[in-house]
Ligand binder design. Structure first.
Ligand code: ACO
Ligand code: ACO
Length: 155
């Protein structure tokens, strides 16, 4: 189990350890690079070790989107993803945003569970998003990923 002395702080310099995590949430380095510079970037550190990241970008007025969330595989399913989401929601509220959005694959069952557990509601579907934007087919939970489910939460 992860010890309780975890902290979530902003970071600016992106290291290869950050990239390794970011690419587990989004397999295209090109797409990660397209939002990395302009993203609000936070990292979850435990005993000096990087265990998670969460990135947000401005989309529409008073709206911010979580574009990347990842927790190190060795410590998944211990509540750290939920902790990062709650941190991002609180941070957005403090910055006077009114809506937080997030998108994930239609085959991402665990992520869909977690986001709805944190209060996000499904708004629409980007059909063929992963077919149109990624060079290689993505297989997840034994299915070919095609569509993106978009969710949002009013804060
Ligand atoms: N079906 C349903 N629920 C599941 C499944 C499943 N197959 N697998 C796990 N869960 C549940 C767990 O039981 C847990 O719920 P509980 O706490 O109520 O028991 C929950 O999912 C996971 O919650 P956390 O432990 O808080 O989350 P975790 O620390 O594992 O982080 C995350 C979640 C970030 C999605 C992590 O799994 C990860 O990094 N995955 C790889 C990268 C990724 O897919 N990122 C998201 C892409 S979308 C985006 O970035 C916007
Ligand atoms: N996450 C991801 N996959 C899961 C989960 C889960 N939490 N739980 C089970 N599965 C997988 C199983 O592993 C299996 O996949 P696999 O064969 O690739 O391993 C698959 O889901 C289930 O497939 P089957 O065994 O063919 O289906 P089953 O005989 O269980 O019937 C049904 C499915 C009809 C949904 C049954 O569970 C049921 O009667 N549920 C209650 C009623 C219901 O919900 N009906 C559907 C409502 S919608 C409607 O009626 C239009």
């Amino acid at each position: 189990m992860v010890k309780l002395d975890t902290k979530i702080v902003a970071f600016h310099k992106v290291t290869s350890a950050h990239y390794n995590l970011l690419l587990t949430a989004d397999p295209s380095k090109e797409i990660v690079d397209s939002y990395l510079d302009r993203a609000y970037k936070f990292e979850l550190i435990n005993c000096g070790k990087l265990l998670g990241v969460i990135l947000l970008i401005d989309t529409r007025p008073k709206t911010v989107e979580i574009v990347n969330i990842a927790v190190d595989e060795s410590v998944q399913n211990q509540g750290l993803g939920e902790k990062l989401l709650h941190f991002a929601l609180n941070w957005a509220k403090e910055q006077y945003y009114s809506t937080v959005e997030i998108g994930t694959g239609s085959t991402s069952f665990a992520q869909l569970y977690l986001y709805q557990k944190c209060g996000f509601r499904v708004t629409n579907i980007d059909r063929n998003f992963f077919v149109d934007n990624y060079p290689e087919p993505i297989i997840e939970n034994k299915l070919v990923l095609k569509d993106m489910i978009r969710l949002k939460k009013s804060i």
